[in-house]
Design a protein around this ligand. Sequence first.
Ligand code: BMA
Length: 375
Amino acid sequence: MKYFITFLSVFVFITMLTSCSSTSGIDYKSIKVADNDASIQTKKLYHRISEISKKGIAFGHQDATAYGIGWKHEVGSGLRSDIKEVAGDLPAVHGFDIGHIELGSSINLDTVSFALMKDHIKQLNAKGAIITISWHLDNPVTNGDSWDTTKTVVPAILKGGTHREKYELWIKRLSVFLNSIRDKENNVIPVIFRPYHEMNGSWFWWGANHCNPTEYKQLWVETLQLLQENGVHNLLYAYSPNTLGSEEDFETYYPGDEYVDILGVDIYNHGGNEEFTQNVKYNLEILKKKASINNKPYTLSESGNVNFGLDANWWTQTLYPGIKDSGISWVLFWRNANPSHYFSTYKGEISEEDFIEFSQKDEILFLKEIKKITN
Ligand code: BMA
């Protein structure tokens, strides 16, 4: 009997070793994401994002290291960041926008060079940061920008549409860029891709009133397919509508759990602070419910204070009550472009002290803190 038990233990141990693809005991390969052929690094990122939500909320900032208030694009000068200058550490999540990659341009729509973006993504990834990419792409029918809603676009770029060929070229250019962002071991760096955001608003050509939900969902699915056909397997796909008025609102454009990895929502305080806190709480409840069906991570994918310079205590009094205990993996603040278009804080800004207090809360995580959350 004793020998049998020893034999059994050895057998179980060997079985465990051979069936698991990692020392942590997690079989990453078996993790299902929207892209069936997603790289192992992408699946690990997915798992890590879920782990983060068990520890706290990662702090994110758009274009954090590309520029800030009064400085810009310092190639080769390290990773400067307004947030680091205030809170002492870099954000944990870094947002970049690849609008104009589709045109073959060397700079994005906000004049951030793609070379700088690539370099920063590499450096940040090596430090354990999480990268999320949005895409304010131009209008392929009019050649106007994302906000040009003068002509119907979506049916024109779907399979069989008049501008399909052009769209395929745009996806090809995007794919080349995404596949070129590699770490030291030459692995493609996994990122969260958040295309066609805020579709329930009507300000973008892919938004409400400019295409119907069926067309939108088709665009989402065909875009995923095109990316995969172009050999892109380093993406987690994030769906992020603008502030939702109801649970049904979430469903209207939702392409389905099969095609989405991370649920998000973009919320700003256009209607004032009180409404903002309520919206955040209510919207994150909706995401939590939808996300729990297939255990997906969820986030406040864009946010920020639009009442520049008016709210000295915005972080602890308005934002924090909304996100506290929400279960989100991160919150991403929009870019600090200039003193009349910024959504976070910076040295000398009115809410600086309050931001420090907010950043010191145990559950608000910056880069050094999420670095410890490994796979
Ligand atoms: C918007 C604004 C624009 C910018 C765009 C993409 O919300 O900040 O100025 O071009 O995002 O970053």
